[in-house]
Write a protein that binds this ligand. Structure first.
Ligand code: PEP
Ligand code: MN
Length: 338
């Protein structure tokens, strides 16, 4: 349940509404938006007296919320959330954020070359996997801690904040210290224990949509992180499994719109994993911006043919440089900027 305050309510009226909700047995989340202030009930709202609450001075109306996600719900927080990922980079709001880099960190020369190139073209952050969730145990598993060190070196040279995937709770202290934006991959989207633990981190989380997860399941995973105390969540649509096999996954662009309606959290799109084909990345990136995404995460490799992971979907720094001005044009058409 949410209680919507009247414009111009007094502090005393606010306190009275909060007290009355607390007496009904819930915790109260106060969201002060640009136009309205909303009191969201956290916990079991059955003890709340809707009639009584709606008659309090200062209260405009009371609304039942049927969705199971609360903190992630736009009804609890009408304004768009803007998430700071460090280095002056924000995700959400008018300005779009493009994150770029290889699927995996492979060597110092590779990551620093890609980092410099994407920075030059206007990327706002650098991605690169150090711990890789591979389907086969015989495939390259990532460089681990050494990979994080190399990302930090690339960060030092370019100033780009770094984004990398966390796979296990053991990695939390390392990531807390060294990583700017912590990625939770599609395969771990419903690893609820891990979600609770990253919910205790002080770092923003990039939560990828699970391979076969509904929008509501995805938002419930965001809710796990937020309920544990970390409200710095960015959602990432990365394609879902369908019957189609031509593309690696099916990019669900309508999910961007759905999630922007249902939630206040920013959403970025990963066209690389969605399509699995480098040739599709440009147009799908443009389409994602047109659909209202707050940014993109794109795989860029200096030598895609010899990449240790996801070469087929990786574009070159040259392609990336050509893509950015096109994204900027699309952004202008939808009232955004790059
Ligand atoms: C990745 O970003 O390299 C990755 C493994 O993504 P996903 O979890 O979306 O498959
Ligand atoms: Mn990848």
């Amino acid at each position: 349940m949410v209680v919507i305050m009247k414009p111009g309510f007094t502090q005393r009226e606010l306190e009275e509404a909060v007290r009355s909700m607390e007496q009904g047995g819930v915790k109260v989340m106060i969201s002060r938006g640009s136009e309205t202030t909303i009191l969201g009930a956290e916990g079991d709202a059955r003890g709340l007296d809707e009639e009584k609450l709606s008659q309090l001075p200062g209260v405009e109306r009371v609304m039942r919320v049927s969705e199971p996600y609360k903190k992630a719900n736009r009804k609890y927080h009408p304004d768009d959330s803007v998430i700071d990922i460090g280095g002056g980079v924000k995700v959400g709001g008018k300005k779009l954020t493009v994150i770029a880099g290889p699927c995996s960190v492979e060597s110092e020369t590779q990551i620093t070359a890609v980092a410099r190139a994407v920075k030059e073209s206007g990327a706002a952050a650098l991605r690169g996997g150090a711990y890789k969730p591979r389907t086969s145990p015989y495939s390259f598993q990532g460089m681990g801690e050494k990979g994080i060190e190399l990302l930090l070196e690339a960060k030092e040279q370019t100033g780009l904040p770094i984004v990398t995937e966390l796979m296990s709770p053991d990695q939390i202290p390392l990531f807390e210290e060294k990583v700017d934006l912590v990625q939770i991959g599609a395969r771990n989207m419903q690893n609820f224990d891990l979600l609770k633990k990253v919910g205790k981190m002080k770092k923003p989380i990039l939560l990828k949509r699970g391979l076969s997860s509904t929008i509501e399941e995805w938002l419930m995973s965001a809710e796990y992180i937020m309920a544990a105390g970390n409200d710095q969540v960015i959602l990432c649509e990365r394609g879902i499994r369908t019957f189609e096999t031509y593309t690696r996954n099916t990019l669900d662009l309508s999910a961007v719109l759905a999630v922007k309606t249902l939630s206040h959290l920013p959403v970025v799109v990963d066209p690389s994993h969605a399509c699995g084909r480098a040739a599709m990345v440009e147009r799908m990136s443009m389409a994602a911006i047109a659909a209202g995404a707050d940014g993109l995460i794109i795989e860029v490799h200096n030598d895609p043919k010899n990449a240790l992971c996801d070469g087929a979907q990786s574009i070159t720094p040259y392609d990336f440089a050509a893509l950015m001005p096109k994204l900027s044009q699309v952004a202008g058409c939808v009232g955004r900027e790059l």
